[in-house]
Design a protein around this ligand. Structure first.
Ligand SMILES: Cc1ncc(C[n+]2csc(CCOP(=O)(O)OP(=O)(O)O)c2C)c(N)n1
Ligand SMILES: [Mg+2]
Length: 536
Protein backbone atom coordinates (compact mmCIF):
# COMPACT_ATOMS: atom_id res chain seq x y z
CA UNK A 1 0.00 0.00 0.00
CA UNK A 2 1.41 3.43 -0.88
CA UNK A 3 0.04 6.82 -1.71
CA UNK A 4 -1.13 7.61 1.84
CA UNK A 5 0.12 10.39 4.11
CA UNK A 6 2.44 7.96 5.92
CA UNK A 7 4.25 7.42 2.62
CA UNK A 8 4.38 11.17 2.05
CA UNK A 9 5.99 11.66 5.48
CA UNK A 10 8.48 8.86 4.78
CA UNK A 11 9.30 10.43 1.42
CA UNK A 12 10.18 13.71 3.13
CA UNK A 13 12.57 11.80 5.41
CA UNK A 14 14.12 10.03 2.41
CA UNK A 15 14.58 13.28 0.53
CA UNK A 16 16.36 14.71 3.58
CA UNK A 17 18.76 11.78 3.76
CA UNK A 18 17.32 10.07 6.84
CA UNK A 19 18.71 6.53 7.02
CA UNK A 20 17.22 5.22 10.23
CA UNK A 21 14.16 5.85 12.37
CA UNK A 22 14.22 4.75 16.00
CA UNK A 23 10.88 3.43 17.13
CA UNK A 24 8.67 1.32 19.36
CA UNK A 25 5.59 -0.04 17.71
CA UNK A 26 2.03 1.21 17.98
CA UNK A 27 -0.87 1.02 15.56
CA UNK A 28 -1.09 4.79 15.30
CA UNK A 29 2.15 4.92 13.32
CA UNK A 30 1.64 1.92 11.03
CA UNK A 31 1.11 4.16 7.98
CA UNK A 32 4.51 5.73 8.61
CA UNK A 33 6.13 2.28 8.86
CA UNK A 34 4.39 1.34 5.64
CA UNK A 35 5.98 4.36 3.99
CA UNK A 36 9.46 3.75 5.43
CA UNK A 37 9.79 0.06 4.54
CA UNK A 38 9.66 0.38 0.72
CA UNK A 39 12.06 3.33 0.91
CA UNK A 40 14.72 1.26 2.61
CA UNK A 41 14.79 3.49 5.69
CA UNK A 42 15.81 1.28 8.58
CA UNK A 43 13.40 0.89 11.48
CA UNK A 44 15.39 0.29 14.64
CA UNK A 45 12.94 -0.95 17.24
CA UNK A 46 13.72 -0.59 20.94
CA UNK A 47 12.18 -1.54 24.29
CA UNK A 48 11.26 1.87 25.66
CA UNK A 49 10.42 5.10 23.82
CA UNK A 50 12.95 7.00 25.90
CA UNK A 51 15.61 4.84 24.26
CA UNK A 52 14.18 5.55 20.81
CA UNK A 53 14.35 9.26 21.49
CA UNK A 54 17.81 9.11 23.07
CA UNK A 55 19.06 7.02 20.16
CA UNK A 56 17.74 9.62 17.72
CA UNK A 57 19.34 12.40 19.77
CA UNK A 58 22.59 10.43 19.97
CA UNK A 59 22.48 9.88 16.21
CA UNK A 60 22.25 13.65 15.73
CA UNK A 61 25.16 14.28 18.06
CA UNK A 62 27.30 11.68 16.29
CA UNK A 63 26.48 12.57 12.71
CA UNK A 64 25.53 16.26 12.92
CA UNK A 65 22.37 15.30 11.05
CA UNK A 66 18.86 15.18 12.40
CA UNK A 67 17.96 12.00 14.25
CA UNK A 68 14.37 10.82 13.96
CA UNK A 69 12.21 8.89 16.42
CA UNK A 70 8.71 7.64 15.69
CA UNK A 71 6.49 6.78 18.63
CA UNK A 72 2.90 5.91 19.18
CA UNK A 73 0.12 8.19 20.41
CA UNK A 74 -0.22 9.22 24.06
CA UNK A 75 2.29 7.38 26.29
CA UNK A 76 4.65 6.79 23.38
CA UNK A 77 4.97 10.54 22.94
CA UNK A 78 5.07 11.43 26.63
CA UNK A 79 7.93 8.96 27.09
CA UNK A 80 10.05 11.13 24.77
CA UNK A 81 9.54 14.43 26.58
CA UNK A 82 12.73 14.31 28.69
CA UNK A 83 14.79 13.76 25.57
CA UNK A 84 13.16 16.69 23.81
CA UNK A 85 13.76 18.90 26.85
CA UNK A 86 17.43 17.91 26.87
CA UNK A 87 17.79 18.42 23.13
CA UNK A 88 16.17 21.81 23.40
CA UNK A 89 18.70 22.88 26.03
CA UNK A 90 21.67 21.50 24.16
CA UNK A 91 20.57 22.68 20.72
CA UNK A 92 20.48 19.19 19.26
CA UNK A 93 18.41 18.77 16.10
CA UNK A 94 15.83 16.05 16.65
CA UNK A 95 12.56 15.11 15.02
CA UNK A 96 9.95 13.19 16.98
CA UNK A 97 7.05 11.88 14.93
CA UNK A 98 4.06 10.85 16.99
CA UNK A 99 0.92 8.95 16.30
CA UNK A 100 -2.32 10.57 17.37
CA UNK A 101 -5.82 9.32 18.00
CA UNK A 102 -8.15 9.66 14.99
CA UNK A 103 -9.40 13.16 14.29
CA UNK A 104 -12.88 11.98 13.31
CA UNK A 105 -13.50 10.79 16.87
CA UNK A 106 -11.48 13.47 18.67
CA UNK A 107 -12.96 14.11 22.11
CA UNK A 108 -14.91 10.87 22.21
CA UNK A 109 -12.27 9.03 24.21
CA UNK A 110 -10.31 6.92 21.74
CA UNK A 111 -7.50 4.69 23.00
CA UNK A 112 -4.39 6.78 23.79
CA UNK A 113 -6.22 9.97 22.88
CA UNK A 114 -4.15 12.87 24.16
CA UNK A 115 -3.36 16.32 22.85
CA UNK A 116 0.44 16.27 22.80
CA UNK A 117 1.05 19.81 21.63
CA UNK A 118 0.47 21.60 24.93
CA UNK A 119 2.91 19.17 26.57
CA UNK A 120 5.65 19.31 23.96
CA UNK A 121 5.38 22.96 22.94
CA UNK A 122 7.72 24.26 25.62
CA UNK A 123 10.42 21.72 24.74
CA UNK A 124 10.31 22.01 20.94
CA UNK A 125 11.06 24.70 18.39
CA UNK A 126 8.08 23.70 16.32
CA UNK A 127 5.18 21.35 17.11
CA UNK A 128 2.54 20.66 14.49
CA UNK A 129 -0.58 18.56 13.98
CA UNK A 130 -1.56 18.34 10.31
CA UNK A 131 -5.29 17.73 10.04
CA UNK A 132 -5.38 17.07 6.28
CA UNK A 133 -3.43 14.31 4.55
CA UNK A 134 -2.09 16.76 1.97
CA UNK A 135 -0.48 18.83 4.77
CA UNK A 136 1.53 16.01 6.34
CA UNK A 137 4.60 16.23 4.09
CA UNK A 138 4.68 20.01 4.36
CA UNK A 139 4.54 19.89 8.17
CA UNK A 140 7.17 17.17 8.49
CA UNK A 141 9.53 19.19 6.31
CA UNK A 142 8.79 22.38 8.27
CA UNK A 143 9.59 20.53 11.49
CA UNK A 144 12.87 19.21 10.07
CA UNK A 145 13.89 22.71 9.05
CA UNK A 146 12.98 24.10 12.46
CA UNK A 147 15.12 21.39 14.07
CA UNK A 148 18.07 22.22 11.83
CA UNK A 149 17.96 26.00 11.84
CA UNK A 150 20.49 27.35 14.35
CA UNK A 151 20.40 27.30 17.27
CA UNK A 152 18.74 23.94 16.42
CA UNK A 153 16.62 21.79 18.69
CA UNK A 154 13.80 19.28 18.73
CA UNK A 155 10.68 19.49 16.61
CA UNK A 156 7.54 17.42 16.77
CA UNK A 157 4.75 16.37 14.45
CA UNK A 158 1.84 14.14 15.39
CA UNK A 159 -0.53 12.86 12.76
CA UNK A 160 -4.03 11.60 13.53
CA UNK A 161 -4.37 7.97 12.48
CA UNK A 162 -7.19 8.63 10.02
CA UNK A 163 -5.17 11.47 8.43
CA UNK A 164 -2.03 9.29 8.26
CA UNK A 165 -3.91 6.57 6.38
CA UNK A 166 -5.65 8.92 3.92
CA UNK A 167 -4.46 9.36 0.34
CA UNK A 168 -1.81 12.02 -0.22
CA UNK A 169 0.52 12.94 -3.05
CA UNK A 170 4.25 12.42 -2.56
CA UNK A 171 6.34 15.60 -2.18
CA UNK A 172 8.13 16.77 -5.30
CA UNK A 173 10.35 19.63 -6.39
CA UNK A 174 13.28 21.14 -4.55
CA UNK A 175 14.14 19.96 -1.04
CA UNK A 176 14.02 22.83 1.45
CA UNK A 177 17.22 23.73 3.30
CA UNK A 178 17.87 25.83 6.42
CA UNK A 179 18.50 29.52 5.69
CA UNK A 180 22.01 30.81 4.91
CA UNK A 181 23.95 32.08 7.90
CA UNK A 182 24.76 35.76 8.11
CA UNK A 183 28.38 36.92 8.44
CA UNK A 184 29.49 38.17 11.85
CA UNK A 185 29.25 41.91 12.46
CA UNK A 186 32.61 43.46 11.56
CA UNK A 187 32.55 45.84 14.54
CA UNK A 188 32.04 42.96 16.95
CA UNK A 189 34.98 41.18 15.36
CA UNK A 190 37.17 44.28 15.68
CA UNK A 191 36.27 44.78 19.33
CA UNK A 192 37.09 41.18 20.20
CA UNK A 193 40.29 41.29 18.14
CA UNK A 194 41.43 44.31 20.15
CA UNK A 195 40.65 42.54 23.43
CA UNK A 196 42.55 39.48 22.28
CA UNK A 197 45.55 41.50 21.15
CA UNK A 198 45.70 43.25 24.52
CA UNK A 199 45.22 40.14 26.64
CA UNK A 200 48.22 38.60 28.34
CA UNK A 201 46.53 35.48 29.64
CA UNK A 202 43.61 34.65 27.37
CA UNK A 203 41.70 31.39 27.66
CA UNK A 204 39.36 29.88 25.08
CA UNK A 205 36.49 27.64 26.12
CA UNK A 206 35.10 25.66 23.17
CA UNK A 207 31.63 24.16 23.42
CA UNK A 208 29.19 22.06 21.46
CA UNK A 209 28.28 24.71 18.91
CA UNK A 210 31.86 24.74 17.62
CA UNK A 211 31.16 21.12 16.72
CA UNK A 212 27.68 21.72 15.34
CA UNK A 213 29.01 24.47 13.07
CA UNK A 214 31.85 22.22 11.89
CA UNK A 215 34.30 24.84 13.15
CA UNK A 216 36.99 22.51 14.47
CA UNK A 217 39.56 23.49 11.82
CA UNK A 218 38.80 27.18 12.30
CA UNK A 219 39.22 26.72 16.06
CA UNK A 220 42.61 25.11 15.57
CA UNK A 221 43.76 27.84 13.15
CA UNK A 222 42.60 30.46 15.65
CA UNK A 223 44.40 28.81 18.57
CA UNK A 224 47.61 28.12 16.64
CA UNK A 225 47.95 31.50 15.05
CA UNK A 226 47.25 33.43 18.29
CA UNK A 227 48.86 30.99 20.76
CA UNK A 228 45.66 30.49 22.69
CA UNK A 229 45.05 27.76 25.25
CA UNK A 230 41.80 25.94 24.49
CA UNK A 231 39.62 24.04 26.93
CA UNK A 232 36.46 22.28 25.84
CA UNK A 233 33.25 21.01 27.35
CA UNK A 234 30.41 18.73 26.28
CA UNK A 235 30.35 18.08 22.55
CA UNK A 236 33.11 20.64 22.18
CA UNK A 237 35.50 17.92 23.33
CA UNK A 238 37.62 16.69 20.45
CA UNK A 239 37.12 19.82 18.34
CA UNK A 240 40.77 20.35 19.20
CA UNK A 241 42.57 17.02 19.67
CA UNK A 242 43.58 16.41 23.29
CA UNK A 243 47.25 16.19 22.27
CA UNK A 244 47.25 19.43 20.28
CA UNK A 245 49.85 21.91 21.66
CA UNK A 246 47.04 24.40 22.37
CA UNK A 247 44.68 21.86 24.00
CA UNK A 248 44.37 21.64 27.78
CA UNK A 249 42.01 20.06 30.26
CA UNK A 250 43.57 19.52 33.70
CA UNK A 251 44.92 23.09 33.92
CA UNK A 252 41.43 24.53 33.76
CA UNK A 253 41.14 25.91 37.28
CA UNK A 254 44.63 27.43 37.11
CA UNK A 255 43.84 28.96 33.74
CA UNK A 256 40.53 30.43 34.84
CA UNK A 257 42.04 31.77 38.07
CA UNK A 258 44.77 33.69 36.31
CA UNK A 259 43.11 34.51 33.00
CA UNK A 260 42.62 38.14 32.03
CA UNK A 261 40.32 37.25 29.14
CA UNK A 262 37.95 34.31 28.78
CA UNK A 263 36.58 33.78 25.30
CA UNK A 264 33.72 31.28 25.35
CA UNK A 265 32.87 29.99 21.89
CA UNK A 266 29.77 27.94 21.20
CA UNK A 267 28.90 27.17 24.79
CA UNK A 268 26.39 28.75 27.12
CA UNK A 269 27.88 30.53 30.14
CA UNK A 270 26.06 28.13 32.44
CA UNK A 271 26.88 26.20 35.62
CA UNK A 272 29.69 24.44 33.77
CA UNK A 273 31.37 27.81 33.19
CA UNK A 274 30.79 29.51 36.53
CA UNK A 275 27.79 31.30 35.00
CA UNK A 276 30.24 33.48 33.10
CA UNK A 277 31.85 35.00 36.20
CA UNK A 278 35.63 34.66 36.06
CA UNK A 279 36.61 37.27 38.62
CA UNK A 280 38.76 39.96 37.11
CA UNK A 281 38.89 38.38 33.65
CA UNK A 282 36.98 40.05 30.87
CA UNK A 283 34.51 37.79 29.14
CA UNK A 284 33.77 37.44 25.43
CA UNK A 285 30.88 35.31 24.22
CA UNK A 286 30.76 33.89 20.70
CA UNK A 287 27.53 32.19 19.79
CA UNK A 288 25.86 30.74 16.73
CA UNK A 289 22.82 33.00 17.01
CA UNK A 290 22.27 36.35 18.78
CA UNK A 291 19.68 34.74 21.08
CA UNK A 292 22.38 32.56 22.61
CA UNK A 293 24.43 35.50 23.88
CA UNK A 294 24.35 35.36 27.69
CA UNK A 295 22.18 38.05 29.24
CA UNK A 296 23.11 37.16 32.82
CA UNK A 297 26.86 37.68 32.45
CA UNK A 298 28.91 40.87 32.22
CA UNK A 299 30.37 40.70 28.73
CA UNK A 300 33.22 42.79 27.38
CA UNK A 301 32.11 41.88 23.85
CA UNK A 302 30.11 39.31 21.92
CA UNK A 303 29.70 38.15 18.35
CA UNK A 304 27.37 35.70 16.70
CA UNK A 305 27.10 33.87 13.41
CA UNK A 306 28.57 30.75 11.91
CA UNK A 307 31.19 29.96 14.52
CA UNK A 308 33.83 28.94 11.99
CA UNK A 309 33.35 32.25 10.18
CA UNK A 310 33.60 34.21 13.44
CA UNK A 311 36.80 32.41 14.47
CA UNK A 312 38.36 32.83 11.03
CA UNK A 313 37.47 36.52 11.06
CA UNK A 314 39.10 36.87 14.49
CA UNK A 315 42.20 35.02 13.32
CA UNK A 316 42.52 37.42 10.40
CA UNK A 317 41.75 40.56 12.41
CA UNK A 318 43.89 40.00 15.49
CA UNK A 319 47.42 41.29 15.60
CA UNK A 320 49.91 38.43 16.01
CA UNK A 321 50.61 37.57 19.60
CA UNK A 322 53.64 35.80 20.94
CA UNK A 323 52.03 34.52 24.11
CA UNK A 324 53.95 31.28 24.37
CA UNK A 325 54.97 31.98 28.02
CA UNK A 326 51.34 31.65 29.05
CA UNK A 327 51.02 28.39 27.14
CA UNK A 328 54.22 27.14 28.78
CA UNK A 329 52.94 28.01 32.26
CA UNK A 330 49.69 26.16 31.64
CA UNK A 331 51.50 23.22 30.06
CA UNK A 332 53.65 22.83 33.16
CA UNK A 333 50.51 22.90 35.34
CA UNK A 334 48.73 20.45 33.03
CA UNK A 335 51.66 18.02 33.07
CA UNK A 336 52.07 18.20 36.84
CA UNK A 337 48.39 17.48 37.37
CA UNK A 338 48.48 14.58 34.93
CA UNK A 339 51.46 13.21 36.78
CA UNK A 340 49.62 13.41 40.08
CA UNK A 341 46.71 11.41 38.62
CA UNK A 342 48.91 8.42 37.98
CA UNK A 343 48.71 7.09 41.53
CA UNK A 344 44.89 7.01 41.44
CA UNK A 345 44.79 5.56 37.92
CA UNK A 346 46.99 2.68 39.06
CA UNK A 347 45.65 2.27 42.58
CA UNK A 348 45.64 -1.33 43.79
CA UNK A 349 43.14 -0.54 46.52
CA UNK A 350 40.22 -2.85 47.17
CA UNK A 351 37.35 -2.18 47.01
CA UNK A 352 38.26 -0.84 43.58
CA UNK A 353 38.61 2.93 43.24
CA UNK A 354 36.75 4.18 40.14
CA UNK A 355 39.88 5.90 38.86
CA UNK A 356 41.56 2.51 38.45
CA UNK A 357 38.91 1.55 35.91
CA UNK A 358 40.03 4.50 33.81
CA UNK A 359 43.65 3.53 34.34
CA UNK A 360 42.79 0.22 32.68
CA UNK A 361 40.43 1.55 30.02
CA UNK A 362 42.45 4.47 28.64
CA UNK A 363 45.37 2.48 27.21
CA UNK A 364 42.84 0.19 25.54
CA UNK A 365 40.97 2.99 23.80
CA UNK A 366 41.63 3.68 20.15
CA UNK A 367 42.20 7.28 19.15
CA UNK A 368 38.75 7.64 17.61
CA UNK A 369 36.86 5.58 20.20
CA UNK A 370 33.38 6.83 21.02
CA UNK A 371 32.93 7.21 24.75
CA UNK A 372 29.48 7.67 26.23
CA UNK A 373 28.80 8.63 29.82
CA UNK A 374 25.54 7.95 31.67
CA UNK A 375 25.71 8.26 35.43
CA UNK A 376 26.85 10.45 38.28
CA UNK A 377 30.26 10.36 39.92
CA UNK A 378 31.48 7.52 37.72
CA UNK A 379 30.93 9.67 34.66
CA UNK A 380 32.48 12.72 36.30
CA UNK A 381 35.67 10.68 36.46
CA UNK A 382 35.27 9.93 32.76
CA UNK A 383 34.97 13.63 32.05
CA UNK A 384 38.19 14.20 33.93
CA UNK A 385 40.32 11.34 32.65
CA UNK A 386 39.17 10.52 29.12
CA UNK A 387 41.03 12.45 26.44
CA UNK A 388 39.12 13.06 23.21
CA UNK A 389 40.97 13.32 19.94
CA UNK A 390 38.20 13.49 17.34
CA UNK A 391 35.05 15.61 17.20
CA UNK A 392 31.78 14.00 18.21
CA UNK A 393 33.41 11.18 20.12
CA UNK A 394 32.46 11.98 23.71
CA UNK A 395 28.77 11.98 24.49
CA UNK A 396 27.42 13.16 27.79
CA UNK A 397 23.77 14.03 28.39
CA UNK A 398 24.48 17.77 28.16
CA UNK A 399 23.40 20.46 30.61
CA UNK A 400 19.93 18.95 31.13
CA UNK A 401 21.72 16.02 32.76
CA UNK A 402 19.11 13.33 32.20
CA UNK A 403 20.09 9.85 33.36
CA UNK A 404 19.13 7.01 31.02
CA UNK A 405 20.74 8.15 27.77
CA UNK A 406 23.19 5.24 27.81
CA UNK A 407 21.64 2.45 25.77
CA UNK A 408 20.10 4.83 23.25
CA UNK A 409 23.36 6.68 22.65
CA UNK A 410 25.21 3.36 22.39
CA UNK A 411 22.76 2.04 19.81
CA UNK A 412 23.22 5.21 17.77
CA UNK A 413 27.00 5.11 18.08
CA UNK A 414 27.31 1.54 16.87
CA UNK A 415 24.97 2.26 13.93
CA UNK A 416 26.67 5.52 12.96
CA UNK A 417 30.21 4.16 13.30
CA UNK A 418 30.19 0.39 12.77
CA UNK A 419 33.98 0.08 12.85
CA UNK A 420 34.91 2.27 15.82
CA UNK A 421 35.15 1.26 19.45
CA UNK A 422 32.03 2.20 21.39
CA UNK A 423 32.38 2.32 25.16
CA UNK A 424 29.47 3.10 27.43
CA UNK A 425 30.30 4.19 30.98
CA UNK A 426 27.35 3.50 33.23
CA UNK A 427 26.69 4.26 36.85
CA UNK A 428 24.78 1.42 38.47
CA UNK A 429 21.91 3.82 39.13
CA UNK A 430 21.93 5.02 35.53
CA UNK A 431 22.06 1.42 34.31
CA UNK A 432 18.59 0.84 35.73
CA UNK A 433 17.08 3.32 33.30
CA UNK A 434 18.07 1.54 30.12
CA UNK A 435 19.53 -1.89 30.82
CA UNK A 436 16.58 -3.66 29.17
CA UNK A 437 17.63 -2.06 25.91
CA UNK A 438 20.69 -4.30 25.87
CA UNK A 439 18.07 -6.59 24.36
CA UNK A 440 17.90 -4.11 21.47
CA UNK A 441 21.69 -4.14 21.10
CA UNK A 442 21.59 -7.95 21.03
CA UNK A 443 18.65 -8.30 18.65
CA UNK A 444 20.18 -5.86 16.19
CA UNK A 445 23.71 -7.25 16.60
CA UNK A 446 25.22 -3.99 17.82
CA UNK A 447 28.28 -4.88 19.91
CA UNK A 448 29.34 -2.20 22.37
CA UNK A 449 31.26 -2.48 25.62
CA UNK A 450 29.57 -1.07 28.70
CA UNK A 451 31.50 -0.63 31.90
CA UNK A 452 29.36 -0.28 34.97
CA UNK A 453 30.91 1.51 37.92
CA UNK A 454 28.88 -0.37 40.50
CA UNK A 455 29.19 1.37 43.87
CA UNK A 456 25.75 0.23 45.07
CA UNK A 457 24.59 3.81 45.57
CA UNK A 458 23.37 6.90 43.80
CA UNK A 459 26.80 8.28 44.56
CA UNK A 460 26.41 11.79 43.20
CA UNK A 461 23.40 12.22 45.51
CA UNK A 462 24.46 10.21 48.55
CA UNK A 463 27.75 11.97 49.18
CA UNK A 464 26.42 15.53 48.76
CA UNK A 465 23.40 14.77 50.97
CA UNK A 466 25.76 13.51 53.64
CA UNK A 467 27.84 16.66 53.26
CA UNK A 468 24.87 19.01 53.51
CA UNK A 469 22.59 17.24 56.00
CA UNK A 470 24.88 14.84 57.83
CA UNK A 471 22.73 11.90 56.78
CA UNK A 472 21.30 10.54 53.55
CA UNK A 473 18.07 8.98 52.44
CA UNK A 474 16.84 7.36 49.21
CA UNK A 475 20.43 7.09 48.01
CA UNK A 476 21.19 3.38 48.40
CA UNK A 477 21.05 0.65 45.80
CA UNK A 478 21.72 -3.02 46.38
CA UNK A 479 25.47 -3.66 46.66
CA UNK A 480 26.96 -6.05 44.15
CA UNK A 481 23.93 -6.41 41.90
CA UNK A 482 24.86 -8.61 38.94
CA UNK A 483 24.00 -6.30 36.06
CA UNK A 484 26.39 -8.44 34.02
CA UNK A 485 24.05 -11.41 34.49
CA UNK A 486 21.14 -9.31 33.28
CA UNK A 487 23.08 -8.62 30.09
CA UNK A 488 23.96 -12.30 29.76
CA UNK A 489 20.33 -13.27 30.19
CA UNK A 490 19.50 -10.88 27.35
CA UNK A 491 22.01 -12.65 25.11
CA UNK A 492 25.05 -10.42 25.63
CA UNK A 493 28.42 -10.94 27.28
CA UNK A 494 28.87 -10.24 31.00
CA UNK A 495 31.88 -9.87 33.29
CA UNK A 496 31.95 -9.15 37.01
CA UNK A 497 35.12 -7.83 38.59
CA UNK A 498 36.11 -7.04 42.17
CA UNK A 499 39.90 -7.42 41.88
CA UNK A 500 41.62 -4.40 40.32
CA UNK A 501 44.05 -6.60 38.40
CA UNK A 502 41.12 -8.26 36.60
CA UNK A 503 39.58 -5.09 35.17
CA UNK A 504 41.84 -4.94 32.11
CA UNK A 505 41.48 -8.61 31.13
CA UNK A 506 37.70 -8.37 31.59
CA UNK A 507 37.56 -5.33 29.27
CA UNK A 508 39.66 -7.24 26.73
CA UNK A 509 37.30 -10.21 26.85
CA UNK A 510 34.32 -7.90 26.48
CA UNK A 511 35.78 -6.38 23.29
CA UNK A 512 36.78 -9.82 22.00
CA UNK A 513 33.31 -11.28 22.60
CA UNK A 514 31.92 -9.37 19.62
CA UNK A 515 28.66 -9.09 21.55
CA UNK A 516 27.03 -6.29 23.45
CA UNK A 517 28.90 -6.63 26.73
CA UNK A 518 28.79 -5.29 30.24
CA UNK A 519 31.76 -5.29 32.57
CA UNK A 520 30.35 -4.92 36.06
CA UNK A 521 33.05 -3.46 38.27
CA UNK A 522 32.29 -3.45 41.98
CA UNK A 523 33.70 -0.19 43.29
CA UNK A 524 34.22 1.53 46.61
CA UNK A 525 31.04 3.31 47.77
CA UNK A 526 33.15 5.55 50.00
CA UNK A 527 34.88 7.04 46.96
CA UNK A 528 33.26 10.41 46.28
CA UNK A 529 34.15 12.52 43.26
CA UNK A 530 35.81 15.64 44.63
CA UNK A 531 33.68 18.62 43.63
CA UNK A 532 32.99 21.96 45.19
CA UNK A 533 29.90 21.72 47.38
CA UNK A 534 27.03 23.67 45.89
CA UNK A 535 23.37 22.89 45.35
CA UNK A 536 23.04 25.51 42.64
C1 LIG B 1 16.42 11.27 35.13
C2 LIG B 1 17.27 11.73 36.27
N1 LIG B 1 16.91 11.40 37.53
C3 LIG B 1 17.66 11.79 38.58
C4 LIG B 1 18.79 12.54 38.39
C5 LIG B 1 19.63 13.00 39.58
N2 LIG B 1 20.90 12.30 39.62
C6 LIG B 1 22.01 12.81 39.05
S1 LIG B 1 23.35 11.86 39.26
C7 LIG B 1 22.47 10.73 40.14
C8 LIG B 1 23.15 9.53 40.72
C9 LIG B 1 23.62 8.58 39.68
O1 LIG B 1 24.01 7.38 40.29
P1 LIG B 1 24.87 6.34 39.48
O2 LIG B 1 24.41 6.26 38.09
O3 LIG B 1 24.89 5.07 40.25
O4 LIG B 1 26.32 7.01 39.45
P2 LIG B 1 27.29 7.28 40.70
O5 LIG B 1 27.11 8.72 41.08
O6 LIG B 1 26.92 6.35 41.81
O7 LIG B 1 28.67 7.04 40.16
C10 LIG B 1 21.13 11.11 40.25
C11 LIG B 1 20.09 10.32 40.94
C12 LIG B 1 19.10 12.89 37.06
N3 LIG B 1 20.16 13.63 36.76
N4 LIG B 1 18.35 12.44 36.03
MG1 LIG C 1 26.24 4.39 41.64
Amino acid sequence: MDGHAGAAAAEVLRRHGVEVVFTLSGGHIFPLYDGLVPRGIRLLDVRHEQTAAFAAEGWSKLTRRTGVAAVTAGPGVTNTVSTMAGASQSGTPLLVLGGRAPQMRWGAGSLQEFDHLPVVSSVTRRALTPLRAEDVARDVEAALLAAETPHRGPAFVDVPLDVFASPAALPEGPVAAPPQRSAPDARDVERIAALLAAAERPVVMAGADVYWDGAEQALQRFAESLHLPVFSNGLGRGTIPADHPCAFSRARSTALQSADLVLAAGTPLDFRLRFGDFGAARVVHITDTPEQIARHAQLAAAASGDIGAVLDALTAATARRSGSDWLDTLRADESARREREQADLHSDATPIRPARIYGELLPRLQRDAIVIGDGGDFVSYAGRYVDTFTPGAFLDPGPFGCLGTGAGYAIAARLAHPRRQVVLLLGDGAAGFSLMDFDTLVRHDLPVVAICGNNGIWGLEKHPMQAFFGYDVAADLRPGTRYDEVVRALGGHGECVSDPAQIGPAIDRAFASGKPALVNVLTDPADAYPRSASLV
